[in-house]
Design a protein around this ligand. Structure first.
Ligand code: NAD
Ligand code: ADE
Length: 420
């Protein structure tokens, strides 16, 4: 048995976890190439990484890459409901990673686990939602001296880091992996598009065809969710607060209206905005009997659950991940506790899309080790060379070739004198 420090649900699940991690690996060719190079070059030798990520088979393959590069790694969950317990067990047993994460952990355990993962005194942090950065800057400032830099995986985390940098409090450089083209164009759009519907279907087994489905937020994730829900025959309604995004949704063929207008006619509500109170008592009271509500944005604040609870005369679990609330005699069904439904009741994005996100994470960790001393204490972009390299490797792995500019074309595209 493994002797690494850890706090996980069940070490006996390790073998099952390893088998699923290997299944995911076959769809992560770019990450595998990076891992093979890291094994030889050890670019992360001497580094200690605290990773606060969704503990999935795909994340396990990222952590294997960091360990191959020479890093000591501790993982905690970036959401109390997103841990796959068999993966956590395999990480400790077979992959030399300290793991502090249990699916369904309560609020106190969630934060205890982050603190335990931070006890390795990281030199690098890797966040999905900026929770470790928040704790380091508010409660564990003593850790800052040894940290050279970090990376951030998601839109909500990047928003927080930019707010910290604006307030002049961010104490070390952090790369916004989310903002790489090879991350958000694919992970947020196609990944969230597919896995959010997967989560809803696994939780409920409802038919989407013919249903009125609201997608709140037409950003990268919302576009993907709306596109896939339409593809399965739903009548999709989009709600937005940004006028340009609203026009885009209209021209993409969706109905756009306010949430208050949508509330009485909608069968399934999906929030994916990064904002709070997108669904609240203005809407719960107008919903039809049997309405389903869920969230795929990072935090569980998009649906105002305390208000829903206060409005309800009764509340009970009717099947796993489905809770029934009775509001004015009508039933409203909340999925997955309002937490990201694709990770709560399903497995998150498929490996082939996480391949690009986590290739960016690995290469950004290596970049940080080489360049941290020269980087500002700011939320910074993924270097374009890394973004393009990930795209090139992914295309090659897909067996797709693209054209190359001739010298004449290259010159033409860089000149202004040639016309008709
Ligand atoms: P984005 O910035 O591209 O899009 C968010 C959209 O929501 C914007 O168009 C914004 O105008 C709109 N919006 C904001 N407040 C709103 C409100 N009150 N009502 C309606 N629309 C509103 O962000 P994104 O990349 O699409 O990410 C959205 C959320 O999903 C973030 O919290 C992000 O961290 C999270 N995320 C989740 C997953 C997942 O696996 N479930 C994956 C990636 C990102
Ligand atoms: N975020 C969304 N899907 C994910 C996955 N499969 N692994 C890690 N983080 C994710």
């Amino acid at each position: 048995m493994a002797t690494l420090p850890s706090h996980i649900a069940n070490p006996a699940l390790a073998e099952a976890g390893r088998s699923r991690i290997e299944w995911a690996e076959k769809d992560m060719p770019v990450l595998r190439l990076i891992r093979e190079r890291f094994e030889k070059e050890k670019p992360l030798a001497g580094q200690r990484v605290t990773a606060c990520l969704h503990v999935t088979t795909e994340t396990a393959n990222l952590l294997r890459t960091l360990v191959a590069g020479g890093a000591e790694v501790a993982i905690c969950a970036s959401n109390p409901l997103s841990t796959q317990d068999d993966v956590a067990a395999a990480l400790v047993e077979f992959y030399n990673v300290q793991a502090y994460c249990i699916k369904g952990e309560d609020h106190e355990t969630y934060y205890n686990h982050i603190n335990q993962a931070l006890d390795i005194m990281p030199t690098l942090t890797m966040d999905d939602g900026a929770d470790t950065v928040g704790i380091i800057h508010q409660e564990r400032k003593n850790l800052i001296d040894t940290i050279i830099g970090g990376t951030e995986e998601t839109t909500t985390g990047v928003i927080r880091l930019k707010a910290m940098a604006k307030d002049g409090v961010l104490a070390y450089p952090i790369i916004a992996v989310n903002d790489a083209d090879t991350k958000h164009l694919f992970d947020n759009r196609y990944g969230t598009g597919q896995s959010t519907l997967d989560g809803i279907l696994r939780a409920t087994n409802v038919l989407l065809a013919g249903k009125n489905v609201v997608v709140a937020g037409y950003g990268w994730c919302g576009r993907g969710v709306a596109m896939r829900a339409k593809g399965m025959g739903a009548n999709v309604i989009v709600t937005e607060i940004d006028p340009t995004k609203a026009i885009e949704a209209v021209m993409d063929g969706f109905r756009v209206m306010t949430m208050e207008e949508a509330a009485p006619i909608t069968d399934i509500f999906i929030t994916v905005t990064g904002c709070k109170d997108v669904l609240d008592d203005r809407h719960f009271t107008k919903m039809k009997d049997g309405a389903i509500i869920c969230n795929s944005g990072h935090f569980n604040v998009e649906i105002n659950i305390p208000q829903l609870d206060a409005l309800s005369s009764a509340r009970r679990e009717v099947r796993q991940y489905v809770e029934e609330f009775v509001v004015n005699g009508k039933k409203v069904y909340l999925l997955g506790d309002g937490r990201l439904i694709n990770l709560a009741s399903a497995e998150g994005h498929p490996a082939s899309v996480m391949d690009m996100s986590f290739a960016n994470q690995s290469l950004c960790a290596e970049f940080m080790v080489r360049n941290a001393a020269n980087l500002p204490k700011d939320c910074i972009s993924v270097p374009d060379a890394i973004d393009k390299e990930v795209a090139r490797l992914k295309l090659a792995a897909m067996g797709i070739s693209i054209d190359i500019l001739t010298p004449e074309q290259d010159k033409y595209l860089n000149s202004w004198t040639e016309g008709t």
